[in-house]
Design a protein around this ligand. Sequence first.
Ligand SMILES: Cc1cc2nc3c(=O)[nH]c(=O)nc-3n(C[C@H](O)[C@H](O)[C@H](O)COP(=O)(O)OP(=O)(O)OC[C@H]3O[C@@H](n4cnc5c(N)ncnc54)[C@H](O)[C@@H]3O)c2cc1C
Length: 394
Amino acid sequence: MDFNNTELAFRSKSAADLRRSYLLFSALNHQWLVKLGELLVRLSFFLRLPIKGIIKKTVYKQFVGGETIADCTPTVRHLLQYRIESILDYSVEGKIRETDFDRTTELTLQTMAAHSKYPHLHLAAFKCTGLARLELLEKMSRGDLLNSSESDEWDRAVARMQRLAKYAKKEGCGLMIDAEETWIQPAIDQAVNQLMREFNTESCVIFTTVQLYRTGRIEVLQKELNDAKAGGYLLGVKIVRGAYMEKERERALKEGYPSPIQPDKQATDRDFDRAIHLLTEGLGTPQTPTGNALVIGTHNELSTQAGVDALEAHGWTPGHAPVWFSQLYGMSDHISYIVASHGHRVAKYLPFGPVQEVMPYLFRRAEENTSVAGQTGRELRLIQQERQRRKKAH
Ligand SMILES: Cc1cc2nc3c(=O)[nH]c(=O)nc-3n(C[C@H](O)[C@H](O)[C@H](O)COP(=O)(O)OP(=O)(O)OC[C@H]3O[C@@H](n4cnc5c(N)ncnc54)[C@H](O)[C@@H]3O)c2cc1C
């Protein structure tokens, strides 16, 4: 796959789109500017300064579909023209009230309801911290006993997940549960595992997420495959490298336990490749599919190519395997467009939510784009290459 084919990669982008992305990624390339921007935005919201308009036209436009599901419609349609699915994602984070958890549940249900308008969309997603309090997930994960009010609180969180899973099953939609920090992940894994056993009996409704920047995940995946087979249910997995590396390492150092993160990037990359091989093998073949399904969530070109090659090696023709290559909206669009143009299933997380509420998501994207070595540089190089190509062509 030629990821340098910018004509194909950016064929949906106007000159103005490319210019806007170029300016934005240029700014994101400077860590001091990102830090300053974050500070100014926080201060402006605190002082109630009218900055919503500026944000909406810049960073929000690059990475977010809109404030509501309806706002996302033009983007969903636009991406579908290029055979790219959207995963509508209510990206409001850090909430602690039960009413907020109920609201996130309602909005996630609505993302799946929107699928009836677009039969080509197959996936939805949520974060457990959107449905339950972080401290509760942490306490559960430590194995501490919950008091009776906490027990009720957990029951309500499980009921929310059950509602979402039931609806996903009814709508024939795959529902991915994001992976988060290691100190809350045991509670998430336990809940997701229960959902898989209950709902993945005929098809993959529930997708767990495994972060390959953690050590020992290949053994975990092998166990997941064995447990699913023995337990008579199907395994849906989204694999990612992992988004909380710095935070994880800092906490481990501070609290004096061994870091749960791989020693270096190479080790993460090696396990990501191994996971691709293990899980594509776990799909069976086109003649004898197991029913398992996979989402490869990455902006890495080599991993994407490894996924494509592994499917081919198992005899799958493009688009026929229950596998999605997935990226975040506004990031690595060249991968999404090129992989989709080869006939593979591609789905982009398309966040939505009120501007101020989505800011934590946007700050993370901004930080990720400054900290992930090489990625912003790659975006800039490709955009520049395409702008020059167009200039020459005229
Ligand atoms: C569709 C999608 C869904 C996602 N869902 C989740 C999710 O549910 N949970 C979650 O945590 N993240 C999620 N992410 C984010 C993801 O985990 C990565 O942070 C991000 O995609 C960058 O990794 P990469 O494979 O794209 O690219 P790369 O640029 O190849 O890899 C960067 C990643 O490698 C790892 N890494 C970098 N340096 C080192 C090092 N020194 N040692 C060890 N590892 C290192 C880190 O994980 C870093 O983010 C998602 C990403 C996508 C595209």
